[in-house]
Ligand binder design. Sequence first.
Ligand SMILES: NC(=O)C1=CN([C@@H]2O[C@H](COP(=O)(O)OP(=O)(O)OC[C@H]3O[C@@H](n4cnc5c(N)ncnc54)[C@H](O)[C@@H]3O)[C@@H](O)[C@H]2O)C=CC1
Ligand SMILES: O=C(CO)COP(=O)(O)O
Length: 359
Amino acid sequence: MTSEHRAKGQGARHLDSVAVIGAGAWGTALAITAARAGRSVRLWAREQEVVASIRETRENTLFLPGHRIPEAVSVESDLAAVVAGADVVLIVVPSQFLRVTAVALRPHLGPGTPVVICAKGIERGSGLLLAAVIEEALPGHALAVLSGPTFAGEVAAGMPTAITVASADAAADPQTSLAAAVAVALGTQTFRPYVSDDVVGVEVGGAVKNVLAIACGIATGLGFGANTRAALITRGLDEIKGLAEALGGRRDTVTGLSGIGDLTLTCSSEQSRNMRYGMGLATGRSAAEMFGGRPVVVEGVENAQSVTDLARSLNVSMPICEAVRAVVLDGQPIADVMAALLTRPFRAEPHGMDLRLAH
Ligand SMILES: NC(=O)C1=CN([C@@H]2O[C@H](COP(=O)(O)OP(=O)(O)OC[C@H]3O[C@@H](n4cnc5c(N)ncnc54)[C@H](O)[C@@H]3O)[C@@H](O)[C@H]2O)C=CC1
Ligand SMILES: O=C(CO)COP(=O)(O)O
């Protein structure tokens, strides 16, 4: 640990040994980041070919090709070996596999070892935010959530990036919170975590933005321009705020990195898998075509259902997310769904009453 890190982390506990569960693009980028920050890192990969590729070439050729993985990162396919003695465990599997992965981890985690959720989503069926899934699957473990505008490739390349890390104990004292300790453990000049105490607000932003990015991808694929994208981002942000607030999160969190930051990033770049998936829907190209047959996760697909199921149960209006669900899961024609979205009654801004004015 450098003296700079010690000064920044005064009062925070030291998390020197980091286990990363999940060696997709994001888990791999986070392992590289933790190694750059001076941590010793063990990375769990589900696929033997990923273990072999990293050991032989120091590169994750399946999920994050083109980025060298430092020697300080060791890779294993044995969960128990990866988490043994870890000071902190980062879980970076897709949202719908979080519970099963956490349950598998349970017998191997040291008592009270803190867990950091790095996936973005809401569990389908239960409608639970991922922190609540971890509370059920790994009771007694302190938890933080890491979320923000962070394309894995840019993080791995060392491009300046900012992200939010939230833990509930930051409300009492951000300085000694788990979020602060995680910020110190992962933070470098080019990877700057900002501490928050609003776990719910941070999680909702990350879960919903992927659904909205599919909408932006559809709009882009249809040939619409900057006006449409700005409308989707701004009205989408309002949907995030409504759901966050209904779940006890704060509207101001949604204006931070994990909300507007990630929404803007994901809706503006073809680096986003969700955006590209949406473009494929609008242009008649399959996911396999859009991703060259690579096994990537498109979180907005599963989450179109989990987000709207939860919103319906809370009576929160999320028309753009509902439109994505109608296209992606119900197979409704894009033209019909768009017509329905665009002929809704005019409304007051930002989160105002339905004015019931006729077209
Ligand atoms: N790629 C990115 O730029 C970022 C991704 N994230 C989030 O990180 C999470 C992981 O995404 P990526 O690393 O990008 O995935 P990826 O698309 O690069 O790779 C797929 C991942 O899913 C895992 N997987 C497949 N089936 C599984 C199963 N049955 N059980 C457990 N794991 C399984 C694979 O092992 C692999 O790690 C997602 O929630 C994503 O939204 C968050 C920030 C940035
Ligand atoms: O979450 C991400 C960036 O913050 C990655 O977005 P995609 O999953 O759409 O690529």
